[in-house]
Design a protein around this ligand. Structure first.
Ligand SMILES: C[S@@+](CC[C@H](N)C(=O)[O-])C[C@H]1O[C@@H](n2cnc3c(N)ncnc32)[C@H](O)[C@@H]1O
Length: 278
């Protein structure tokens, strides 16, 4: 039996609160993303649905132990931060993973995001990283909240499947990745390092990407084992960080495929292969 609750119900107030601020918890919306969360090892606590929500999704959520509530049409558009209203929202609890746990889950590839300010860029990077076989991403030095609604949406569910550490110090992250056996590379525009197709990206590697405005801080550049650059022609000063990270992730996958080492992709769960546009 599913309760029909009003816009003043405590769950709806909680959803509104979570939707608007950085928090130990985060909300997410859209049937596809709620399904992604149910597929992942993420405890989904509550699901709130309007009439357009697929019934089988609500059955699955209830079967997974979530409390399912119904609200009148239009309530979710008022309380969540989505641009396109969705007929379902969920509240899930994310584990805070320390840097060493994320580093051990990296497999062939990890991202170290340093001071990234745009959640759309961060989510896009998570999506590309997972598609290229990465196992982990470490959010460092004031980067956006990976579990904020915009980043979760832009990740198309990858944030649920990667091991993600947040609020990490970049020096700690690089130490942990090195201890886990990964080389770390600073991705730099200026003064420029070896070209991406001349650097060994087939070995286990962590790519450090810098902020949209300032790039990587000097402290990070001094702690990595190498640097890498995507050579550019024309008058563009730099690439968008999500574009640069995507190119580098797929150069890593290209090099691994040439050596027959794309195994994490082969082992990825089925939903990782499809298009999960929210
Ligand atoms: C918009 S850029 C930062 C621009 C900043 N003004 C600078 O000069 O570093 C943001 C990040 O994207 C990555 N990036 C952008 N273009 C790149 C390129 N051509 N090669 C390697 N990384 C690049 C780097 O990680 C960089 O820190």
């Amino acid at each position: 039996m599913v309760d029909l609750v009003s816009a003043r119900h405590p769950t709806i107030k909680r959803l509104r609160r979570l939707s608007r601020r950085r928090s130990a918890r985060s909300d997410e919306d859209g049937p596809t993303l709620v399904a992604d969360a149910l597929d992942a090892p993420v405890p989904v606590e509550e699901v709130v649905a309007e009439r357009g929500c697929p019934e089988d999704l609500l059955d699955r959520a209830a079967g997974a132990g979530a409390t399912v509530r119904r609200v009148a049409d239009g309530v979710l558009a008022r309380v969540t931060a989505t641009v396109t209203p969705q007929p379902v929202a969920a509240i899930a609890r994310f584990a805070d993973v320390p840097a060493d746990v994320a580093a051990r889950a990296a497999g062939p590839l990890a991202l170290v995001l340093v001071g990234l300010g745009d959640p759309g860029n961060a989510g896009t990077l998570l999506r590309s990283a997972e598609a290229a076989g990465a196992g982990a991403a470490l959010f460092c030095d004031g980067s956006v909240d990976p579990f904020g609604p915009k980043c979760v949406r832009a990740s198309a569910g990858s944030v649920f499947r990667l091991t993600v550490a947040r609020s990490t110090d970049a020096a700690d992250a690089l130490r942990a990745l090195s201890a886990a056996g990964l080389a770390s590379l600073a991705t730099v525009v200026h003064p420029g390092g070896p070209a991406y197709d001349e650097v060994d990206l087939a070995r286990p590697v962590a790519l450090a990407l810098g902020s949209e405005a300032h790039g990587l801080p000097d402290g990070v550049a001094a702690r990595v084992s190498g640097v890498v650059t995507i050579p550019m022609v024309g008058r563009t000063e730099s690439l968008n960080v999500a574009m640069a990270g995507t190119v580098l992730c797929f150069e890593s996958l290209r090099q691994r495929r040439r050596l027959g080492r794309a195994n994490r992709l082969d082992a990825a769960p089925p939903q990782a292969a499809g298009c999960t546009e929210p």
